[in-house]
Design a protein around this ligand. Structure first.
Ligand code: TLP
Length: 342
């Protein structure tokens, strides 16, 4: 199977498994796991923040951040297709009791004007707006990269209004690999930054939340409250450390593969995509001659897995476990299916 459903499907490589097997461990709830501590320090350093805390998932790092930045009844500004809103099981309402105000986005990217338009005067009738969330790269936007000057403009609009800024940087590594802009340059506009090791980086489990020392101390308490305190977590943290050292530079290969796939799809009758919009490892395209589900079914029968996003749109994601040759094979299979008489 050529599995293009997500970059979350990657399995640890043999050298990564060896690093994990050798990891020094301790009880991390007691702050005694040296490998987790090393991962947290390394991640904070890469992001230019004072501290970081390791958690089981990107959903947890995002939602712990939201919990810290807000109180029940507050309002949060998010783009309409943000992962935190669409794919986190209603957590903003369930775990923080906040209202989400959705901003219009173009491939996941909104503007400083959108933020200004969403703000209201302080008045007893209104939920106080506390936080702006940005997702970079943007998953439903098709792996789109936030231009750094747009982030600066949003921050310039948000700060005078007293808003905090959170970055869902599950795939920040991809943005940095594609643009050459270091992760800390993106991170400097945000109070909190979530990054994932379990997506393109290829580690089996885990994410980190970074911010000030004080913020991360609070995050440790909410991690425990949300059930994310782990014991000998050095075993998995070692996989993440290995990934940081060995898999960040290679993300550009995934981007090249995604571009190749997008360009081929653009040339197939019955499928629609603008390959220029494919900036990283996510390829979202439209199916014109059948439903997204039907195409996914037919591809599965030929050995290619993709994710239908809605009735007509499909997502294919390139990653560590997909080679350039496999992309060529996948392209042949796309051609074969779409050239069949209806
Ligand atoms: N995304 C997954 C699914 O949940 C959709 C995927 O296959 O892409 N932020 C962003 C931008 C994400 O894409 C994801 C996972 C998360 C956060 C959550 O990470 P996990 O799965 O570790 O909770």
């Amino acid at each position: 199977m050529i599995d293009l459903r997500s970059d979350t499907v990657t399995r640890p490589t043999e050298p990564m498994r060896q690093a994990m097997a050798r990891a020094e461990v301790g009880d991390d709830v007691h702050g005694e796991d040296p490998t987790v501590k090393e991962l947290e320090q390394r991640t904070a350093g890469i992001l230019g923040k004072e501290a970081a805390v390791y958690m089981p998932s990107g959903t947890m790092t995002n939602q712990v951040a939201l919990r810290i930045h807000t109180q029940a009844g507050d309002e949060v500004l998010l783009e309409g297709l943000a992962h935190m809103y669409v794919y986190e099981a209603g957590a903003p309402a369930a775990l923080s009791g906040v209202m989400c105000k959705l901003l219009p986005g173009v491939r996941g990217i909104f503007t400083a004007e959108d933020v200004k338009a969403a703000l209201r005067p302080v008045n007893v009738h209104f939920a106080p707006t506390r936080l702006v969330c940005i997702e970079n790269t943007h998953n439903r936007g098709g792996g789109s990269i936030w231009p750094i000057e747009k982030i600066a403009e949003v921050a310039a609009a948000a700060r005078p209004a007293g808003l905090k800024m959170h970055l869902d940087g599950a795939r920040l590594w991809n943005a940095s690999a594609a643009t050459g802009i270091p992760e800390k340059e993106y991170a400097k506009y945000f109070d909190s930054v979530s990054v994932c090791f379990s997506k393109g980086l290829g580690a089996p489990i885990g994410s980190a939340l970074a911010g000030t020392k004080e913020f991360i101390a609070r995050a440790r308490r909410f991690r425990k409250q949300f059930g994310g305190g782990m014991r000998q977590a050095g075993i998995i943290a070692a996989g993440a450390l290995y990934a940081l050292d060995n898999h960040r530079q290679r993300l550009v290969e995934d981007h090249t593969n995604a571009k190749k796939l997008a360009e081929a799809i653009a040339g197939i009758d019955g499928l629609e995509i603008d390959p220029q919009n494919v900036e990283t490892n996510i390829v979202i395209f439209k199916v014109l001659t059948m439903s997204a589900l039907e195409l996914a079914d037919q591809l599965r029968q030929e050995g290619v897995l993709v994710s239908p996003r809605d009735a007509q749109n499909v997502r294919a994601v390139t990653h560590l476990d997909v080679t350039s040759d496999q992309i060529d094979q996948a392209i042949n299979i796309f051609n074969k299916i779409l050239s069949r008489p209806e």
